[in-house]
Design a protein around this ligand. Structure first.
Ligand code: GDP
Length: 391
């Protein structure tokens, strides 16, 4: 009689022999397990870039928060306008770039500031220069991508927009709604409640709830944090849950270091005490910083590339092709490169297609195609990222 253990071993061997597989411990090491290390080394060598836009009315603490986030002084040469000057001021776009390095990893950080936004008495379409700027960056990238030298493309696309909401209102103001609706298909919007130290915890809770409701009500698509992988550890899942529950983040900024409980911390000193920027019981600054820099920077870049840029690109190609079918010529900023001469069979096919196209109602065809190639619905709509539209 074969003992139970031996039989089990025999069964195992025969199973491996039958399937022709080598058991794990006998497998020879080929080396492709180092692929992630190779990617890591190459990325570190190349460096990273990130473009962050800040928007919201003047005085909400945008520059202070950016300086607190990256511990740099990005606004050294800023000229502050008085109230009278601000009435007539138009929205400007100002770019600040800084190279920062941490443990050998280089980050080229670009901050796109939008002074003047929401400051005028009449704020009709004051977001237009901002949407135009975002489109221009997409256009530039599209041109570079379609050009001859695609090796060193400078990516100036805006990866995230921090939108500052006033803590003094009762939710979103019309200009906030209009701004976010004008931009939500073009950029990842992260709404923030500015100067959270002006509110007590229960007021912050209420304001957050109100803003969340209004975001839903007006169909605004702000940046949605991706689903957490099921194989992540419990601590990470808990952090992820807290992050999602805290949105919109209520933040505090400060450029000064004060002494609290014997420690020097970034904070704001009041007659009644100290608000610490990095104290999670005081505000969501740390959550925002972790999200932006430590956990979601890559995802923000991915969504920009796979959803927002892809939308722009699809629309651009759509316009070019509909123009081509309408008047058989292209008036596009993108240079059309000469194609190889087609053979006679292909020429015949093209001719047949051309005849089909001219007999059809060109305008109807273009309109139908435009409806078909509607914008890519981002993952943020239904908790998943749809594939880009193909034309
Ligand atoms: P910006 O015009 O939006 O860039 O605003 P600034 O960063 O220049 O800030 C305007 C004023 O608000 C300055 O006096 C800051 O010290 C102050 N400030 C900035 N952040 C906060 C904050 O979180 N809480 C409070 N109470 N004041 C702040």
């Amino acid at each position: 009689m074969v003992p139970e253990k031996t039989r089990a071993a025999q069964d195992e061997t025969s199973e491996e022999q039958r399937s022709g597989k080598t058991p794990d411990h006998e497998k020879q090491y080929v080396g492709f397990a180092t692929l992630p290390n190779q990617v890591h080394r190459k990325s570190v060598k190349k460096g990273f870039d990130f473009t962050l836009m800040v928007a919201g009315e003047s005085g909400l603490g945008k520059s202070t928060l950016v300086n607190s986030l990256f511990l740099t002084d990005l606004y050294k040469d800023r000229k502050l306008l008085n109230a009278e000057e601000r009435i007539n001021q138009t929205v400007e776009i100002i770019k600040h770039t800084v190279d920062i390095e941490e443990k050998g990893v280089k980050l080229k950080l670009t901050i796109v500031d939008t002074p003047g936004f929401g400051d005028a008495v009449n704020n009709t379409e004051c977001w237009k220069p901002i949407t135009d700027y975002i489109d221009q960056q997409f256009e530039q990238y599209f041109r570079d991508e379609s050009g001859l030298n695609r090796k060193n493309i400078q990516d100036n696309r805006v990866h995230c927009c921090l939108y500052f909401i006033s803590p003094f209102g009762h939710g979103l103001r019309p200009v906030d709604v209009e701004f976010m609706k004008a931009l939500h298909e073009k950029v990842n919007i992260v709404p923030l409640i500015a100067k959270a130290d002006c509110l007590i915890p229960s007021e912050i809770r209420k304001l957050k709830e109100r803003i969340r409701e209004e975001i839903d009500k007006f169909g605004i698509k702000v940046y949605q944090f991706p689903e957490c992988d099921s194989d992540e550890d419990e601590e990470f899942k808990q952090q992820d849950r807290e992050l999602k529950e805290s949105a919109p983040f209520a933040v505090i900024g400060s450029n000064t270091v004060v002494e609290a409980k014997g420690q020097r911390v970034r904070g704001r000193l009041y007659p009644w005490g100290i608000v610490e920027v990095e104290n999670q019981a005081h505000c969501d600054f740390v959550k925002l910083r972790n999200m932006l820099i430590r956990t979601h920077m890559h995802d923000l870049k991915d969504v920009t590339c796979d959803v927002h840029y892809e939308n722009y690109r699809a629309q651009c190609i759509q316009q070019m092709t509909s123009k081509l079918t309408q008047d058989n010529r292209i008036e596009s900023p993108i240079p059309i490169l000469p194609l190889p001469t087609p053979d006679t069979e292909t020429e015949k096919l093209i001719k047949m297609k051309d005849e089909e196209v001219t007999t059809a109602d060109a305008r109807d065809a273009a309109e139908d195609a435009a409806a078909d190639a509607g914008p890519v619905r981002g993952r943020y709509l239904e908790g998943r990222r749809d594939p880009p539209v193909t034309i």
